[in-house]
Design a protein around this ligand. Structure first.
Ligand code: 4AD
Ligand code: MG
Length: 465
């Protein structure tokens, strides 16, 4: 056994220190050989690139290489040498090879040839081993890190909001219930209703659809906070942009108005995209080459240009006057569909757009009400290829106005008494927004389906792995 430590292949490929002993471990992508020499392309997940292992056939014996097939996991100790071959700077001359695990070519699904993304979804337990998903999941990690860095550098605090809640933060009613009650023998009240006082939490609970309401409590004490956690929506929308379990980032900032909120959202998005361009070059270049030839251009364009800001009313007017045939009708008061959002972004402005001041009927109860009595201080950030990537608003800080709105909407305010109450104790202007993490990753990777940017997607009728 060698005393040297395992090197990451990414570090070796970047190294110029040749003729030293190295130790690598990884999964075989390809192997080919003849009676003189064998070439193994090895990947350890640290980069989209493989390192070439050169092994003398006679030294190991031809039989030795038989179980080393695509997908096998091996441990190689050898010498890092400058490469004579094209396409790589260095390679490893193998001294010893240990086989950790074989992968039977008859049953291992990931053979050399390219596979469709649909097929790879069916084998989601193996797809991180492909170049494509390796690239996507490394980018996903880098974006998570950049999000924490952005907010930490700005003096925001990472505030942990609960996953199990009793409230419906968006008032949309699309929640997964959390219960320990025996579904085959439900306790009943005298009137025959399910008796949730018998349930684990002594009341009805669900998985959170958003950490915002609790996030606002954090902002009312710490100034600037953000959440970054899983959120759950039981909407039966089978689209390339919806998941039943997705991750959301929700900053909430005391004293920010809607303009500050838009400025923060724009700065945040540009920071993340620039971070990806600077730190995920190989992976983005790979995705640009394989899936979306305009990806890098599009990312650079968004960083360089100001987002266009206009009101919902102005946006609807543009759509109505466009003469474009939309699948869903567009009129003042309509909830905009992805096709409308993308028309504004891709056809009309050719630039990211922030729409503000939506009709109150199509937005959540907590948004600050405008003087006109018809609209609220909402903002949606719309991106090319995605449509809505961020939703946010300035919040209603006036206790009576907020209470009135909940009454108009026939909301049960019992589970959110504290949310109303905070308006009585040192209330202050504040704003925030939510960025859908997977929609961000869709944009950064150029992928077309949200199921391909999260390791284990949860969608209607699908919770495997
Ligand atoms: O617009 P939404 O519903 O806003 C909120 O939840 C607010 N509480 C945010 C806030 O102001 N703090 O969701 C925010 C974002 C959307 O813009 C979208 O990017 C993403 O979350 N999103 C989803 N992503 C994947 N699958 C779903 N089903 C999503 N629903 C929303
Ligand atoms: Mg929204």
């Amino acid at each position: 056994m060698s005393a040297i430590r395992r090197s990451r292949i990414a570090d070796l490929l970047a190294s110029k220190e040749f003729n030293r002993s190295v130790d690598v471990k990884g999964w075989v992508r390809t192997i080919r050989g003849n009676k003189y020499v064998n070439f193994v392309h090895l990947n350890d997940g640290s980069t989209v690139k493989n390192i070439q292992i050169v092994a003398d056939t006679e030294k190991f014996g031809a039989e030795f290489f038989k179980p080393i097939t695509t997908g096998a996991c091996i441990h190689v100790v050898g010498t890092l040498v400058e490469s004579q071959g094209k396409g790589q700077t260095c390679e490893i001359q193998a001294d010893t090879i240990e086989i950790y695990g074989t992968a039977d070519p008859e049953t291992y699904p990931l053979q050399k040839k390219g596979h469709s993304l649909e097929f790879l979804r069916e084998i989601a337990y193996l797809r991180p081993r492909t170049n494509t998903f390796g690239a996507i999941f490394r980018i996903r990690h880098n974006m998570a890190y950049a999000i924490h860095k952005f907010f930490n550098d700005k003096g925001f605090y990472y505030f942990h909001t609960p996953i199990i809640t009793a409230s419906d933060a968006e008032g949309a009613g699309s929640m997964f219930q959390v219960t320990t009650l025996d579904q085959n023998n439900l306790p009943r009240t005298e009137t025959g209703a399910i008796d949730y006082t018998e349930d684990f939490f002594g009341g009805q609970t669900n998985l959170t659809v958003s950490g915002q309401l609790e996030g606002e409590l954090g902002a009312m004490a710490l100034g600037g906070i953000y959440t970054f956690g899983p959120t759950f929506r039981a909407e039966n929308s089978n689209t390339p942009r919806h998941l039943a379990e997705f991750w959301m980032i929700e900053p909430e900032v005391a004293f920010n108005d809607i303009i500050d909120n838009m400025d923060l959202a724009e700065e945040f998005m540009k920071y993340l995209i620039q971070y990806a361009l600077d730190n995920c070059q190989d992976d983005i270049a790979f995705l640009n080459e394989m899936f979306d030839k305009e990806l890098i251009e599009r990312l650079k364009f968004v960083v360089k240009n100001d987002f266009v800001r206009l009101t919902y009313t102005e946006g609807v007017k543009i759509l109505e006057e466009s003469g474009h045939k939309f699948e869903f009708p567009v009129f003042w008061g309509a909830d905009l569909q992805s096709e409308h959002e993308r028309y504004l972004v891709e056809n009309h402005f050719k630039c990211p757009v922030i729409l503000t001041d939506y009709p109150k009927e199509i937005k959540s109860f907590y948004m600050k009400q405008n003087e006109d009595g018809k609209t609220v201080r909402a903002m949606d950030v719309l991106f090319p290829k995605i449509g809505e990537i961020i939703g946010g608003s300035e919040r209603e800080t006036d206790y009576d106005k907020l209470l009135n709105r909940t009454k108009e909407l026939n909301m049960n305010t019992d589970p959110i008494w504290w949310y109303l109450d905070i308006r009585k104790f040192g209330t202050a202007p504040h704003s925030g927004f939510g960025l859908g993490f997977e929609r961000l990753i869709l944009f950064i990777t150029g992928m077309a389906n949200i199921r391909d940017v999260i390791p284990f997607p949860r969608t209607p009728n699908s919770a495997e792995f």
